[in-house]
Design a protein around this ligand. Structure first.
Ligand code: SF4
Ligand code: SF4
Length: 103
């Protein structure tokens, strides 16, 4: 399980670096990148912290994801969990940002 950070979408706020419990994300030229992808255990902290939808989180076969990708964007107090399946279908789940750590 791992993540991918979009260089194009990342604005360099570095919030993901601060929350990664394994210090796996680093900064270069004002952008975040995952330096140790194999060590990522999929806690999703960075995904939830990125307000810009720059982090894709792979849902592996162990979770029944089979190539499904999730990212999160923010609108006001709402977190929008965008889930894209391998066949291209997209499902959006809205979560109250104040309660996001319950999920
Ligand atoms: S939280 Fe998102 S926008 Fe901020 S540095 Fe990390 S990937 Fe980039
Ligand atoms: S999912 Fe968790 S362990 Fe993996 S890079 Fe993000 S914060 Fe670090």
């Amino acid at each position: 399980m791992s993540i991918r950070i979009s260089k194009e979408t990342c604005v360099g706020c570095l919030a993901c670096i601060r929350v990664c419990p394994g210090s796996l994300i680093k900064e270069k030229d004002g952008k975040a990148f995952i330096k140790y992808p194999r060590d990522c255990w999929g806690c999703a902290s960075c995904v939830k912290e990125c307000r810009f939808g720059a982090i894709d989180f792979y849902l592996g076969a162990d979770m029944g994801g089979n190539g499904t990708v999730m990212n999160v964007s923010v609108e006001g107090d709402r977190l929008l969990w965008n889930i894209t399946r391998p066949d291209g279908t997209v499902r959006m789940i809205e979560v109250d940002g104040k309660n996001s750590n319950k999920y």
